[in-house]
Every structure is written in C-alpha cells, then in structure tokens.
Write a new protein. Structure first.
Lengths: 109, 190, 1006
C-alpha cells in the first residue's frame, strides 16, 4: 500500500487517505472540437511500464488534488506537485532523468 | 429559539480513556485565498488568536482557529456566538472572494481525556497516523480517516484530544472510540 | 509409543497440569505445551487424515510449517477450523477435534480413496469430470464436496463472541523474528539509536538455538537470550512483542503484524487478535529456516517426522515421539537429534546418512556415544499403517535393493534446511540458488525497494542462508546495522558475540530416496502431505507437458494447501526439474504471497462489526422515526424511513395510507439527507453554468430552479433544485446519494481545470435538518406555526425565503416533488427534532402523516418526475428523458455538452421516456423488457424498451409505470408487451404520457 506526500498539507499520506484520479495533464476538448480529439481526451490513456504522471486527491485530509510522478514497476514516487499546472516541473523531470535515463511519457522527456 | 441539541446529548464513556461528546461548539468554515489578509484578520479578530501555521491549531478554551487546508480554516467560537460571528464576518468581507458559513450543527465534537499515551493509542487504533509522542505534537491538526469516516483531531495538551466528525456519523464515531478505549485492550506500545 | 519423559521440557511447567479434550477424549498436558506436544505425550500419534486419500496422518513438524496436524478448535460460536496443533498453546478446557474423516479418525470411509490412488493421479478431476457437462452439477460436484474438504466452516448462525482490533504503528526498524539473529539485529539497531519494533510469532524468544545448542559469549543459549531480551527491554527506543507474526510485507514499508492475544488464554478481557498495520522505514527479516522432509516411500506414515521436530518435542516439552528412532539425514544437523535422543536414554538403532563419507564433528560425537552410523544409506520404504513399525534400508544410489530392516516406531528425517524467504519475497525480493547448501537464498542485490527507490528489506541470519550459529549471529548483527544506517543512525562496530558450535560438513542434496526409486516407491513418496501430491504426480505433470512450475503447481495442487507448501515447495520443484532434465534455478520457484500463515478474518475486519460494522448516517429525526415503528431503507450509508407501518398494517398498506393522507391533507417527509452545497464567489454563476445543463447564472436571487448535471461523457448524473441566495452565492441541492460525489465533482473541476476561477464550495448537507411539508393543508400548518408570510402572493412556486417559523430560524423553499402544495423547511440540524415535533403537534388537526421514501417514489411517479438511479443508469442522457427544456441552448459549454454532440446521442432514434399503463390495471414487473421481432447476434430476443419505475398508484387505483421505449414519444397509444422474469409471461401495456396525475398542476399551484 503506497504512501504519497501531499504537497499541500505535507502529510505523508497512506493510500487509504487518498483517492486516485487517473492520468495527469489531460487537455479538455469542449463543444465544437473534432471527434478524434474528444475521443482521445475522454478515453485514451497512457499505460506505461515505468514513469507515469497521475492525479491524486488527499480526500481524507486537506481535500486537495495534486499530481504525482511514480514508477509503475517499482512503485517509487519521484515527487508530487500542484495539480494547477499543465506539465511536470523541470526540477522533477531532471530528478527522474537521473534515476531513469532516457524516460519518456507522452511528449514529455 | 430553543437550545441547540448535540447529536448524542453529551454521552460519555470511561475506559482506557474518558470519551465525551462535548459541545455544543460554534464552528465556522472560512474559505479564502492563501494571501487574503482581510479574511485572515476577520478570523483572528473574532477569536483573539493568531492564524495557525500549516496543520496547526491555534485554540484555547474552545475558541480559536484550525488549519484545514491552504484555503480553509475552521473557526471555533462559543456556540451562542456562532450566528452573530458569521454575520459579522460576512459583513466585514462583503464583496470579497471568501466563503463564511456556520457549520456548528453539521459536526459533532468529542474529547478524549486521560493517560497521555492511552489517548494516543486509542487514536492509533483507528487512524493511519503516526501517533508517537515525538511525531505527533500538541497543537497539530490531523484531518484523516477514522476507521471508515472522515475526522479531524488535535491534542490540546498531552492527555487531551479533541476530535471533530460529521453529525450524521456521531453515533458511529462515538461507538468506535468507545470500542477502541474498552478496558483490557491497551496495546501499551508507546 | 510416544510418551512424556520423567523430566525435561524447557518450555513446560510441570507444576501446572492442563486438561483438554481431543475428539471428546480427555488428555492432560502442562502449561507451555502445544496441542501437538501434549497429544504426543498422550500417545495420540494420528492427528488427522489427508485431503484426497484420507490417509492417516500424524504431526510432522513442530511449528508454523505443519501440513498435517490441522484441527478444529472450540465449539459453536468459538469454533475455528484448520488450526495447526503445533502452534496452538493448550489451556484448561481446550476442546479440539480432528478433521476430514467420517465417521471417525480411526475408521474412515474415505480411506478407500487410498486404494484407488493409482486411479486418482494429478489432474484426475480435470480429466474425469469435464464430460458430460450436466453430470458435473448434479453428480460430480456434490460427491466431491462431500468427500473433500478440511475443517468445517462455522455454522452460519454462529456469532464470534471475541473482539478484534487494528493498530497503526510506525517505526524506523522492524525486525521480524525473535531468534538469535533477530535479537542480535534488534540489539544493533537499538544501540544505534533507531526506533525498533521486534516481533516473534511464538511465545518464546530465541528460536531454535536453545534446542540446537552451542555457546554464545560463553553462555548457554538460554542465558544469552535472556540477557539479550533484558537489554532490549531496557532500551526506551525498542519495543518487543511475542505471539505476533510478521504476516506480510507490502509496498512502501507496509507490514502486517498478527498478534494473538488470548488464543492461549480465552476469557481474558480485550481483543482476541490485533492486526498491526506497520509502516517501517526498514525491515529486517530474521525469519529462520525450515527443515525439509525426504521423499521416500511411506514418508507420510504417522511417526515419520522432521528430525528437528523430534528434537524440539524432546527438549522443549520432554516428549519422546518414539522409543526407537531411526534418523535419516543428508546433513550434519540430523545427528543433533540422534545425540539428544541418546542422551535422554532413548534408543537410536541407526543413523542413515545419505553422504558417502558421512559428516563432521557431530557424526563423530554420535559414534562416540555408541550410535550405529551407516553412510551412503537411505530408506527405501517405511513399514506400518497408522504408525511406523520399521524401515527398510538401502543404498542411496540405485533402485532400493534391501540391505536390512530395522524395527522402530519413529523416523526422524532431515533433508537439509531452507531459509524462510517468504517475507523477503512478498514485496519483490529476488532469490538465488545456493548450490552448496541446496537452497534458495535472498539475493540482496535485488531487494524490495520503497517509495524512495531504495531497498527497505534486509534478510538476516538463517533466513539469509546463514545456517550455522556463528554466521547466523554475525549476519543478524549486519542486518541490524544495515537497517540502522539506512534510517540515518550511526551503527556501532563492536565485536559480535563469540560463538562456539561444532563445525559441520557439507550436506548432500537428495530429492528422491533412493535416487533410482521404482514406480511403486515413488507412488508412495509424498511431497505435499496436505494435498496428497506424490513424486509420481509431479513426474506425470512433467510428462504431460507442464513445464512451468506455476502450471505444475496448479495442475497437481502442490503447495496449494493451507501450509502453502512450506515443506513441499523445494522438493516438488527439484522433482520437476529432474523430470524435465533441467537445473533447479532454471525451473524457478512459485510466488510467495502473504500472509505467511493464515490470519483470522476477525483480525482483518478489526473493530468493524456490530454497531460499527459500517457507518450508519442518522438524520436529526432518526430517534423519532425509530420510536414510531419505522421501516428503514438504506440509501448509501444513510437510513431513511421507507414507511411507518402502524400496528397490524403491512408495509404496502402503510405506503398507501401515507400517500392518501398526503394527497388529501398533510404529509411530512424527513428530507434532511438531501445534499446541500454552497457555491460562492465572483465566478459562481459561470461555474454553475458549467455544472448544470441549465442557464443557472440567470436565476434571480430569491428564486429556485430544477437543474440537471451530466458527466463529461454526457450522461445524466444528478438532479436537484438550485436556490440563488445572493448575487454570488448559490445553494445546490443534490440527491441523497449524490452529496459527497457532487461536492467532489465540483472541487475536482475547480482545482484541476478552472483553478483561476474565483469560486469556493462548502458541503453544508448536515448543517440543516429539512422537512417536506406536503399536501393541501401544508400552508395552513405552517401558518399555524407563524412567523413568515407564506401566501401564494408572498411566496410563489419555486421561491425561497429566510425567516422564523414557530420560533425556529428557518429557510423555506416552495418546491414540490409530489405535485402537491409543498414547502421544504430547513432549520439548523440541532433544531430538526424540535421542528418535527412542532409540525406533528400543529398538524394533528390535519392528520399530519409522516411518509417515507416509497410514498415519495409513488407520488413522484404519479407526476412523471424522474428519479436518478431509476430512470437513469449511467447510459441515459437528459434528452432521453424528455428533459430538453432543462438544457440551455444559449450556452457555449457545460460539462457533458460536447459528448452529447456525438452522432449517436444527437439523434432522435433512441430509447426515450414514456408512461406505461397496463391494459388490465396490474403492476408491471420493475425492470421488465419489451421484446420485439428478431434476434441479436447472440441469439437473444431483440428488445424495444424496458420498465424503469413501476408502482401501484393508490391515487389512481391502478398500476402505473415509466419506461424507456424505442422512439417512445412518437408511439403514444401503441400497446406493447413486457416479459416477466420467467421470460414467457407477457403483460400488455399502452404507451401514454408519463404524467398520470394532475397534468395541469392545479394542486401545486395554489
């Protein structure tokens, strides 16, 4: 059972305090968008073996959403950061590069 | 207007620690941006305490402020003053981006009193929180899961914990606390 | 026979006799005995029968690995099956019985299976019972269920009287295992200043070292252990706990500990078991090693036992398993048993050592004591039925030609030792094959890693493959220091205690005895005792093409019993490797999964039973309802009144009475459970327009509006009335089940998509008690309370007002879900009961009638109002329900709008909501489908609609229903047939308007 640190309140929360929210950094496609874009936004998800970016909510805690970078193989948590950003912070990406050289995720590396 | 009624009418239980439904307690939720000086001052003005730091309680004798999240505080005032305090704060913050609401009736509040280590043990049976004396300090507020429901608690001092939950599950939480505090079940770990 | 010796037994207290029964027969043991040791002391060698062949079985081990001696404990409410006699501490009055036999342990009908064993090989059931299919359900399965199975599950009406609990513990270093390695690890970590928690599954510290002998720091092992425990107890940063098993290791340092508090002393206050939910920064697994059996014919006959177990019973409990014990061994450790037995004055006719040149110092010592040692020898066959009577010896190589026969009543076997790597492996620790010691050991270069990506488990001592005392102890020290250092504590480098123990010669791996055993021997050589898997079964599986050890395991059931193959795994996979002509490491192991040994369901449930089984949400009026004969309906965790039957009234009659009273005069509904969420901020209107399909931003202050919420996938997810409190504040009402979900939905969009919008929400559901005051006399009763002008002019339909009612601060909404004149009155929850009592009293003259959810449902259905969860099921869009009027055409966007633009949703050709009226006035079955011509590709009938709500309407005196019907609104007046659950009984119904009652709304607009 995972523990992930909430970047908002600082608690090293165990999984039972958290609720998962799926893949991070999705771009919303609204009315008038192309069917393909909307389909990808609503249904297509990464399923990586390795580095992944996810949304979590500290639901039994401060109630805040945040993002986490995690390795789906080893469960290592590289870091957590605000949900109010459209891409992972550079410092975190650099840290992941040190641990997992050559990693990619969607169009991020 | 009739007197406020708490969900369990002040029930209490003696075991490893004493469990008491306290209250009625005035409780006011304040949501405002982290840097909203006026809203913070409106809160400290009614409590006479400071604005608590991250995950801290600034409370004495049932009056004060609890840190709930970066943009949320729970203000504790005497129950008789909650409605007027809400009105006062709302007036003061009119036109500003802040939400002030009376939630005194939406919650139940319990106190655990007794041997300081037993108070910690009872909570450690129910919440996934590191309750070791040198890890959970007096004055820290922890919002967490108590068995199957949400709760928040803090140690006012060693041997005294206050715990808030939703009103509808007051009976469940009280039964949980009594179960965890039943005589003969001391873990004697801390 | 097996007997209690006149003296000895380091764990028993002979001054405290303990009486207990086994299969109804009285036995006597001593405090400190296990059930196994006490039964052996009473010459009860047979303790159960095997799973498949019902062969007589005796105890084979002395610990957690026991596959045979499984018993039922207790009776009635405290009955528990499959308890290991070897780990059950006896107490005064213990009642135990054996399992898997009928009619008795001694005479068992199922034992006939043993004579059929040639016809019941691996995979027999799979091959035999697959055809013909119908026979499975009616013949094969009942027969197999009757004859198979271990213990009996508790009676369904039995109620466990014990209590259980959880405990969350956090520590720097967790040491699992309190043998000498674990003690040394805890000492090192503790001395370094780390917080340490040390767990030991038995009631005693020190593991097997006191039995095996040697010296530590110049002390007898018992003395050293006592000193070590004393030092640990004195350290404020160390906690130690016996009778607590490290059950499993999981991600991020999560470990489950299983503490058995009162199993050995029932009747004590407090919980029976405690489940420790531990987070450790570092875990040291000092879980020891388990001795392996040897595969020779008749190795399951009672009296054949692990050599270490024979020694344990002798030294720990003063019990001699036999008068004459033949020791058969592949290593030096077996000699310890021979020496111990001889010292106790018992006869050891021979030690059969599989190694051509025998062993080291221990062998010499045995010889000096006059014990006959035969090297290069093994057992070809054990003689006896329910008890060993002798062995036939043979050369270890070859096919088992008889050398001689030795009469004996006990065989002590040692096939070498396997480190207990289970906990190391639970969370991904890898293993390597140690050829010299013939065992798998933890590969510390491939350790389980934690949240920080660094290793968090260190194996120590015998569990790490260091089987001899000196290295066990020094590796324990290394483990403790490694863990302390990893948690940021400076570990000491003091010398590890000196040890002295005989030097041991190398073992010889023997996977089958003799190595060229013919079929008739192999077919009686057991690998997995509990599941009756023999050498021949594994060889058959290999011949049939099962190359993977995981497949072989499932095909033969090797290692799948309650002991999870603690004794059988390595012998089994070595047999498979040999059969496949491969090396053991190439075949690999099966996966070790937690828990290490079974843990009670009670401990998993913890406190969650009885009144705290799950949270029950109560409204402020809950107690009143309870006192007035309520029939509850669970709605989520809430309890809502379904109806209030009076004496002699059925619930159906009660519902009809409640509806009629409400429609005729006055009904009261506890509506406190409805979700209430404040949405406030400069951007609140904009946000509300995204949440709802309606144009909420244009709602006037003081007004209410019914609104719909959809998911981003377009489907209707919730509905309710929105009240605008002021320019930047809305009060959102959700369904009872929707409050938390919708609040979370709002926060998700605000925090993760529109975080620059200035909006705050607060879930104030429980701040208010809310009462629906419904019926022609609703206004009159509220006017009686006084304080607010609720006239049609002052308070038209779909408005709200704050004020004081009967002295209570209240907010009144004029809304209706019944078609009646209706007000919903909200007061602070603490005043809810007062409001309810006041309304009941004031309403007495109007026959004020409390009504429940069923009356609510019928009345809304009479009016054609939809219910989330009835008319919707996650595949229904508002347009399907004829709610197009609630979808704003003026908005560019709302959650779900883009989805509803998809071709199959933006399409008239869908199942749509209509009313349904049976031709005979009966009530349509809820959920019934209307079949139509043709079949689907699956051969099922095509359907054209289904019933979503169906009730008897007391108002109209007939059945009414709503349903989704293909192009329904275009087919008004058409009659279609709905099928009952049997698929053939058809009911004809006419498609009609869904508003059955008062379509003009005359009753509500007064």
């Amino acid at each position: 059972m995972l523990t992930i640190q909430c970047p908002h309140c600082g608690v090293q929360a165990e999984e039972t305090e958290l609720s998962p929210g799926g893949e991070a950094h999705l771009s919303r496609f609204g009315p008038g968008s192309e069917d393909q874009d909307f389909e990808a936004y609503l249904f297509f998800r990464e399923n990586p073996k390795g580095v992944h970016f996810e949304r979590w909510r500290h639901v039994h805690g401060c109630g805040k959403w945040f993002h986490a970078a995690r390795c789906t193989v080893t469960m290592e948590v590289f870091g957590t950061y605000s949900a109010q950003t459209t891409e992972p912070p550079k410092a975190l990406r650099d840290k992941i590069s040190e641990k997992r050289p050559g990693w990619t995720w969607r169009d991020i590396a | 207007m009739s007197e406020p009624v708490t969900p369990l009418a002040g029930a209490s239980f003696d075991g490893l620690v004493r469990v008491t439904e306290t209250g009625p307690q005035g409780m006011i939720v304040l949501r405002c941006p982290e840097d909203a000086t006026d809203a913070r001052e409106a809160a400290t003005a009614v409590t006479g305490t400071k604005d608590p730091a991250l995950r801290r309680a600034a409370v004495s004798n049932g009056t004060g402020i609890l840190w709930m999240s970066p943009d949320e505080r729970l203000i504790l005032v005497p129950r008789a003053k909650s409605a007027s305090t809400v009105a006062e704060m709302q007036a003061k913050l009119a036109g500003q981006h802040a939400l002030v609401a009376d939630v005194s009736d939406a919650r139940a509040i319990f106190r655990l009193e007794g041997d300081p280590l037993m108070v910690r043990e009872v909570l450690a049976k129910l919440a996934p929180v590191d309750m070791r004396p040198d890890h959970f300090e007096v004055g820290e507020v922890r919002r967490t899961r108590l068995a199957q429901v949400a709760a928040a608690f803090w140690l006012e001092q060693e041997g005294t914990a206050d715990l808030i939950c939703f009103r509808s599950v007051a009976r469940y939480v009280y039964d949980l606390l009594c179960t965890a505090a039943v005589n003969g079940s001391a873990v004697k770990h801390f | 026979m097996s007997t209690r010796l006149s003296h000895g037994g380091r764990l028993t207290d002979r001054s405290t006799p303990v009486q207990f029964t086994f299969n109804g027969r009285s036995f006597s043991g001593y405090a400190g005995d296990t059930l196994a040791s006490a039964l052996l002391a009473g010459d009860q060698m047979m303790m159960g029968r095997s799973f498949k062949y019902h062969r007589p079985r005796g105890v084979v081990s002395s610990g957690a690995e026991e596959p045979n001696a499984l018993v039922n404990l207790g009776q009635g409410d405290t009955h528990e099956p499959n308890a290991r006699a070897t780990t059950t501490e006896i107490f005064q009055g213990l009642k135990a019985s054996s399992q898997n036999h009928w009619p008795s342990l001694e005479y068992d009908v199922g034992a006939v299976n043993a004579h059929l064993s040639r016809f019941l090989p691996a995979g027999f059931y799979y091959k035999m019972f697959i055809h013909p299919r119908p026979l499975w359900k009616h013949v094969y399965e009942p027969f197999i269920r009757q004859s198979a199975g271990l213990g009996k599950a508790p009676h369904p009406e039995a109620r466990d009287p014990d209590t259980y609990e959880h405990f969350y513990a956090y520590t720097d270093v967790l040491v699992v295992g309190g043998g000498v390695a674990g003690l040394q690890a805890a000492l090192e970590a503790g001395r370094a200043g780390a917080e340490v928690l040390l767990l030991e599954q038995t009631a005693h510290w020190g593991g097997r070292t006191p039995v095996d002998g040697g010296e530590i720091d110049g002390l007898d092992p018992d003395a050293w252990i006592e000193k070590a425990v004393g030092e640990l107890e004195a350290m404020p940063n160390v906690r130690i706990r016996t009778r607590t098993m490290g059950a499993g290791i999981y991600d991020h340092g999560y470990v489950l500990g299983y503490e058995r508090l009162t199993d050995h002393a029932p009747g004590q206050p407090g919980p029976r078991h405690r489940l420790w939910r531990i987070r450790a920064k570092q875990v040291v697994t000092a879980t020891g090693a388990i001795e392996r059996p040897l595969a020779f014919a008749g190795n399951d006959i009672p009296g054949v036992m692990l050599a270490s177990a024979v020694r344990d019973y002798l030294v720990n409990y003063g019990v001699a398993v036999g008068d004459r014990t033949v020791v058969v061994t592949t290593n030096d450790d077996g000699y310890r048993t021979a020496i111990a037995l001889k010292r106790a004055g018992l006869d050891v006719p021979a030690v059969l050592d599989a190694r051509e040149y025998g062993g080291g110092a221990l062998m010499d010592q045995a010889k000096e004591m006059g014990i006959r040692v035969e090297t290069g020898r093994g057992i070809s066959k054990v003689k006896g039925g329910k008890r060993v009577t002798g062995v036939a010896t043979c050369g270890i190589a070859g096919s088992g030609a008889l050398i001689d026969e030795i009469a004996c009543d006990c065989v002590a076997m040692s096939g070498g030792w396997s480190p207990v790597v289970n906990l190391w492996s639970h969370c991904g620790g890898k293993l390597f094959w140690d050829e010299a010691q013939a065992c798998f050991r933890p590969d510390t270069d491939r350790a389980p890693t934690g949240a920080d990506g660094k290793p968090f488990v260190t194996p120590a001592g015998a569990a790490n493959g260091y089987l001899y005392l000196s290295e066990t102890l020094s590796d324990g020290a290394v483990g403790g220091r490694t863990a302390a250092t990893a948690t940021g504590h400076a570990a000491g480098d003091a010398a590890v205690p000196e040890t002295s123990a005989p030097v041991e010669a190398a073992p010889r791996p023997v996977w089958m005895m003799p190595e060229g055993a013919p079929y008739e021997y192999r077919a009686k050589a057991w690998l997995d005792y509990q599941n009756d898997v023999k050498v021949t079964d594994v060889q058959l599986a290999a011949r049939e093409g099962f190359e993977s050890v995981e497949h072989t395991k499932r095909y033969t059931t090797l290692g799948m019993a309650t002991d999870q193959g603690k004794l059988s795994n390595l012998n089994g996979l070595a047999t498979l490797a040999n059969a496949l002509g491969e090396e053991i490491p190439q075949v690999g192991t099966t996966t070790f999964r937690p828990p290490y040994t079974p843990i009670s369901m009670g401990s998993i449930a913890g406190e969650a039973r009885g009144s705290v089984f799950q949270p029950l949400r109560r409204t402020p009026m809950h107690d009143w309802h309870e006192a007035h004969g309520v029939q509850w309906e669970p709605v989520g965790h809430w309890r809502r009144p379904y109806c209030f039957p009076k004496a002699g009234e059925s619930s159906e009659q009660a519902v009809h009475r409640e509806i009629t009273a409400t429609r005729d005069s006055l009904g009261l509904l506890d509506a406190s459970t409805l979700g209430k969420i404040l949405v406030k901020g400069p951007d609140a209107g904009r946000f509300m327009d995204m949440l709802y399909t309606n144009l909420m931003s244009k709602l006037a202050v003081g007004r209410c509006r019914y609104g719909l919420m959809c998911s981003e996938n377009g489907f209707l997810s919730d509905d309710g009335v929105v009240a605008r409190l002021d320019e930047d504040t809305f009060l959102v009402h959700t369904t009872t089940g929707g409050a938390d979900r919708i609040h979370a939905h709002m926060e998700e969009w605000l925090q993760t998509e529109w975080w620059d919008w200035q909006v705050y929400t607060a879930n104030v559901t429980e701040q208010y008690a809310q009462v629906g005051v419904v019926g022609p006399n609703a206004r009159k009763v509220l006017e009686k309370l006084g304080g607010m002008d609720l006239s049609a002019e002052a308070m038209p339909f779909m408005t709200w007002a704050d004020g004081t009612l009967g002295g209570l601060q209240a907010r009144v909404f004029r809304i209706s879900f019944s078609g009646e004149l209706s007000f919903e009155v909200a007061v602070p929850a603490g005043q809810g009961r007062a409001l309810w009592d006041t309304l009941m009293e004031a309403g007495a003259e109007f026959n004020a009638t409390p009504y429940g959810t069923e009356a609510l449902h019928v009345m809304r259905a009479e009016k054609g109002f939809i219910m989330i969860g009835d008319e919707t099921d996650g595949t229904v869009i508002p347009q399907d329900l004829g709610l197009d009027w609630a979808i704003s055409k003026k908005k560019d966007d709302y959650i779900g709008k883009r989805a509803q633009e998809r071709s199959f949703m933006d399409n008239a050709d869908r199942w749509k909501l209509v009313g349904l009226e049976t031709l005979d006035g009966s009530v349509l079955p809820d959920g019934a489908y209307a079949p139509t011509d043709g079949k689907t590709r699956n051969g099922q009938r095509n359907t054209q609609g289904r019933v979503t709500s169906s009730y008897f309407s007391p108002t109209l005196g007939k059945g009414i229903a709503m349903g989704l019907v293909h192009n329904g609104p275009d087919r008004m007046g058409e009659v279609i047939s709905f099928a009952a659950a049997d698929g053939t009984t058809m009911t004809e119904a006419r498609i009609v308007n869904a508003v059955f009652f008062d379509p003009e709304g005359k009753k509500q607009n007064v």
